[in-house]
Ligand binder design. Structure first.
Ligand SMILES: NC(=O)c1ccc[n+]([C@@H]2O[C@H](COP(=O)([O-])OP(=O)(O)OC[C@H]3O[C@@H](n4cnc5c(N)ncnc54)[C@H](OP(=O)(O)O)[C@@H]3O)[C@@H](O)[C@H]2O)c1
Length: 257
């Protein structure tokens, strides 16, 4: 088992990539704290994950909730070895029709929330721990209508590199996982009709060299690599798990002659 005896925090562990990662971490021997805002999916996740998981309702942008969360984690877990700052939202911010609140909310959750999660975790993190941020291919690919999301995920990359320099003296590794389009509930949260979401997924798949969306379990396996000793000499990287979307953007079925 790759995480025997390890203690991990996964923000947004009640859905999608976070939940798949929590399942895999537990299978590999870890105890896992998960967070989210939705009590219903937190309850469901705990039923699925079993006794090695604990769920805490906390919004990453609520500083009082964060203080309370880390006091509870300290009481329940004592310390942490792994933080997966995964919680995030998508959302469009089209040029010409975006208000400040919409733009800032995306940055506040995806970037500021991730920073202050790590900031609050630092006193509990053992030397030699692993921090993983969830980035996105959208932080590198220019996708129309996603300026705030792209800025938040490009910000994650820059922030992780800076934090890796801050925390290397303690042997703490800081890396980014950058998923490509992955089949999770995030696609249905915008209120987009399901037929439209399906058409979008199909269109996206045609641009991905491997010809399909990723599964959350495939992202989880790469997070496990960054969390475990298998990556003991890996520091400040952005690991794309994207079916080739960034490395060979014209390799998808849509571009084949
Ligand atoms: N799916 C993709 O195609 C894709 C691609 C690249 C990157 N990502 C990144 O992967 C991460 C996880 O997304 P996902 O695809 O697994 O989507 P998801 O199923 O919608 O999961 C998002 C998670 O974040 C939590 N969350 C959102 N805002 C929060 C807040 N303010 N405070 C606390 N928790 C919050 C949600 O919990 P509640 O529902 O309880 O609020 C949920 O557990 C995100 O950072 C996303 O940007 C996803």
């Amino acid at each position: 088992m790759k995480l025997a005896g390890k203690k991990a925090l996964i923000t947004g562990g009640n859905s999608g990539i976070g939940l798949a990662t929590a399942k895999l971490f537990i299978k590999e021997g870890a105890q896992v704290a998960i967070t989210g805002r939705d009590q219903k999916t937190l309850d469901y996740a705990i039923q699925t994950l079993g006794p090695k998981a604990k769920a805490y309702r906390a919004d990453v942008i609520d500083s009082a909730a964060r203080k309370d969360l880390f006091a509870k984690i300290e009481k329940d877990f004592g310390h942490l070895d792994i933080v997966f700052a995964n919680a995030g939202i998508a959302g469009q911010t089209k040029a010409g029709s975006t208000d400040e609140d919409t733009f800032e909310n995306i940055l506040r959750i995806n970037l500021t929330g991730a920073f202050f999660t790590v900031e609050a975790a630092l006193p509990l993190l053992k030397d030699g721990s692993s921090i993983i941020f969830n980035g996105s291919v959208i932080g590198s690919l220019g996708q129309a209508g996603y300026a705030a999301y792209a800025a938040s995920k490009a910000g994650i990359r820059g922030m992780a590199r800076s934090l890796a320099a801050d925390l290397s003296p303690r042997g703490i590794r800081v890396n980014v996982i950058a998923p490509g389009a992955t089949d999770t509930p995030i696609w249905n949260r915008t209120g987009r009709p399901s037929a439209e979401a399906e058409a979008l997924a199909k269109r996206l798949a045609s641009t991905i060299p491997l010809g399909r969306l990723g599964e959350p379990e495939e992202i989880a396996k790469a997070v496990l690599f960054l969390a475990s000793d298998d990556s003991s000499y890996v520091q400040a990287i952005e690991l794309f798990v994207d079916g080739g979307a960034v490395g060979t953007p014209f390799g998808g079925p849509a571009f084949r002659g």
